[in-house]
Design a protein around this ligand. Structure first.
Ligand code: PBG
Length: 331
């Protein structure tokens, strides 16, 4: 018998790839606008509502501009928008009080969006970096990022955000014990229906660089975040963190960054079967957008880059491409 004993290949996989109709019919995954959370930057600093240089196409918006963005998102069918404040440097202190001021920029923006576009879910960020004179996510004393003191501050932040009307709280700080402390405080204050999307597996990543420009934390940051964010070498630890945050009361969990950590997304989904999100972060956006603008890759990479999250088991993804993707999926 020769290896060519049959007159045709026994398995013709190309049969099901021959037309768009057949390809669609057998597609295992589909990307939907309903899977997207759109992160937006808000500012009230005069003149700061401009494009972020390291994120072409991404602008900081005034509170009014953010309301218009929320209207646009709702019109496109995007279910959620996530707010990140670019705080006036004059309001940044080592004690970070601005973080839990009921009238801080983020809380004002939440109220304005909920008043104008109540149907969109508003997600907020819980971490001290936009308010911290030293750019860290926690309170720093003698060069040490203090865990428990930071958690106390984060709880105050969570309550202020819930009070403002946030639907989804996103603790992105990576302190230990913050989810349990927040959940207990939210319950005690009557905010039993506020959801928590925990940044459970957040790695100490250089892919956050453009974001730190966008929120004005880049210049302020002293040192790095490696004593609280995860080592990119670790996967088992991610599962232990997810288990811990779920036990403490998280409703949903996130893996961050996205594309370099798809193995973690898949492991989290397979291990826990909980709503799992990935954050395609600023540096991932910058890489793709930069290459597109230079003509080095086609803009088809955007949808391809998001499909990988579905394949890896994610229920949804935070992406700066959200409105662009929504328009593409429509058209
Ligand atoms: C900080 C925070 C960061 C991001 C979201 N929240 C940056 C950091 O940890 O330094 C990054 C998002 C992005 O890069 O798009 N609490």
């Amino acid at each position: 018998m020769t290896p060519f004993h049959t007159p045709f290949p026994a398995l013709r996989f190309r049969r099901l790839r021959q037309s768009a109709a057949l390809r669609d019919l057998v597609a295992e995954e589909r990307l939907s606008v309903k899977d997207l959370i759109w992160p937006v930057f808000v500012t009230d600093v005069p003149g700061a509502d401009v494009e972020v240089p390291s994120m072409p196409g991404v602008v900081r918006r005034t509170v009014e501009g953010v309301v218009r963005a929320a209207e646009e998102a709702a019109g496109l069918g995007i279910p959620a928008i996530c707010l990140f404040p670019y705080t006036d440097p004059a309001l940044k202190t080592e004690t970070c009080e601005e973080a839990w001021s009921p009238d801080n920029l983020s809380n004002r923006a939440v109220r304005a969006i909920k008043a104008a576009v109540p149907e969109i879910a508003v997600m907020t960020d819980i971490a001290l970096d936009p308010y911290n004179a030293n750019g860290h996510d926690g309170i720093v004393r003698d060069g040490i990022i203090l865990n428990d003191e930071t958690v106390e501050a984060l709880v105050k932040m969570a309550l202020a955000q819930a009070e403002a009307g946030a639907d989804i709280l996103g603790p992105s700080d990576m302190m230990d014990g913050r989810i349990g402390a927040m959940r207990a405080a939210l319950e005690a204050a009557g905010h039993k229906d506020v959801t928590i999307l925990s940044y459970a597996a957040k790695y100490a990543s250089a892919f956050y660089g453009p974001f730190r420009d966008a929120v004005g934390a880049a210049g302020a940051l002293k040192g790095d975040k490696k004593t609280y964010q995860m080592n990119p070498a670790n996967a088992d630890e991610a599962l232990r963190l997810v288990a811990r945050d779920l036990a403490e009361g998280a409703d949903m969990v996130m893996v961050k960054p996205g594309m370099p950590y798809l193995d973690i997304c898949r492991a989290v989904k397979d291990s826990f079967g909980v709503p799992t999100f990935a954050y395609q972060v600023s540096g991932e956006y910058a890489m793709l957008k930069g290459a597109i603008l230079n003509g080095w890759v086609k803009d088809e990479v955007i949808l391809e880059s998001l499909m990988c999250f579905r394949r890896a088991g994610c229920d949804g993804v935070l992406t700066y491409f959200a409105p662009e993707v929504a328009r593409r999926l429509k058209g």
